[in-house]
Ligand binder design. Structure first.
Ligand SMILES: [Fe+2]
Length: 388
């Protein structure tokens, strides 16, 4: 999130001597994006963040993926995926392309320390609570929260509630940003954007783990996984400042934009990623013209594949198609999709919708991972004809 924050203890100037009470120099780390040219943060460690004592390749199961052939609209019942594990290693990859990986996880355990070297992680919490602990501090998250974790942030998810946390996870191959059109030329969220700086939460104080033991960090580079062993626990940052840090934003703080007649999906845009966008469909009043058709028209996604994760309220435009809480639909380029038959008539005269859904539109086709095939509702593609 490109606005400035300062947390904990930092020196008066950048790149100057900064010592603890015993006179030991602290270690300054610059975490910067796009080759020192865009957002960055300066973090001050008690000990060098560079001290690794071992590294090993982590063997993982081969991921089997399948092209969406024949190209079809599809419905996956994500709640039928196996639950358990932690938010990092327990993820079920269900869709992916070269720009992003989409996973779902139902986690009851705390994750290992983790760092993604490929891109930003965008988490959406469908239910439950968890704490994101990172070198920047602690960030509490609950149902409805999006959490953006910048590339290279060493973090872990602490899950210590009786109820597991359900998460949709977008692993980007690059940075997840606030849409540029919402920002002034100098980076303030404009009046008229569907959320503002007041809706954004970030770590507010340092998180210091007192430990003299070595610590393992799981790293995802461009291929495979590596496990580093560090001489010291990485959570030893006494202060940081800058414009690059993990942040959270609740879908319930997204202010819907409505109109007299139907508003197109871009009014729901929440994030922009490399070759994808994320939109939030939240409870809202329907279009208010007496002759308005409040559910969408049939439409062709000429340049994108569309994934919708249904996470609350009613799903009026999909009635009768088997879609429910925890469903994800894939409407690929090449298929004209729209509301299931009967949806228009049911919506007429209704004051609004209570639907809650997260949409990910990708600009390159998505492949199906094994988890998608395991929980696919194979009747979905034929529901428009069956219900008509
Ligand atoms: Fe659509």
């Amino acid at each position: 999130m490109p606005y400035y924050r300062q947390v904990g203890e930092i020196p008066r100037k950048r790149h100057v001597q900064f010592r603890d009470g015993g006179g030991t120099l602290r270690a300054e780390e610059l975490m910067s994006s796009n080759g020192f040219s865009e957002e960055s943060a300066l973090l001050y460690h008690a000990r060098p963040p560079t001290a690794i004592t071992a590294a090993e390749t982590v063997e993982t199961e081969e991921e089997r993926v399948h092209p969406n052939q024949p190209v079809l609209p599809r419905h996956f019942r994500l709640h039928e995926l196996k639950s358990g594990g932690d938010p990092v290693t327990g993820r079920h990859l269900f869709l992916h392309n070269s720009d992003l990986r989409l996973s779902y996880v139902v986690a009851g355990e705390t994750s290992p320390l983790y760092r993604d070297a490929v891109g930003d992680q965008l988490y959406y919490l469908e239910s439950g609570r968890a704490s994101l602990e990172s070198v920047f501090g602690r960030l509490e998250a609950g149902a409805g929260d999006y959490v953006v974790v910048p590339t290279h942030t060493t973090h872990r998810w602490v899950v210590d509630e009786p109820e597991p946390v359900r998460m949709l996870v977008v692993e980007a191959s690059g940075h997840v940003q606030v849409p540029q059109r919402y920002l002034s030329t100098r980076g303030q969220l404009k009046e008229g954007a569907p959320y503002s700086e007041r809706d954004i939460r970030a770590p507010a104080e340092p998180l210091l783990v007192e430990s003299e033991e070595e610590a393992d960090v799981l790293v995802r580079p461009r291929a495979g996984f590596t496990r580093y062993r560090y001489a010291h626990h990485p959570f030893d940052v006494v202060g940081w400042d800058g414009c690059l840090y993990p942040w959270a934003f609740s879908i319930h703080d997204f202010e819907p934009i409505v109109g007299r007649l139907h508003q197109p999906p871009p009014v729901h845009q929440t994030f922009a990623g490399p070759n994808f966008v994320v939109c939030s469909f939240v409870p809202r009043l329907f279009d208010f013209d007496p002759e308005a058709v409040p559910v969408p028209y049939a439409h062709a996604n000429v340049d994108s594949d569309e994934v919708i994760f249904y996470c609350g309220g009613d799903f009026m435009s999909r009635a009768g198609a088997g879609i429910g809480q925890g469903s994800a639909s894939l409407h690929p380029s090449g298929f004209v999709h729209g509301p299931q038959p009967g949806s228009v008539e049911r919506a007429l005269g209704k004051p609004g919708t209570k639907e809650l859904a997260v949409m990910v539109d990708t600009f390159r086709p998505l492949d199906l991972a094994q988890a998608a095939l395991d929980v696919e509702d194979e009747d979905y593609a034929w529901t428009w004809a069956r219900l008509g």
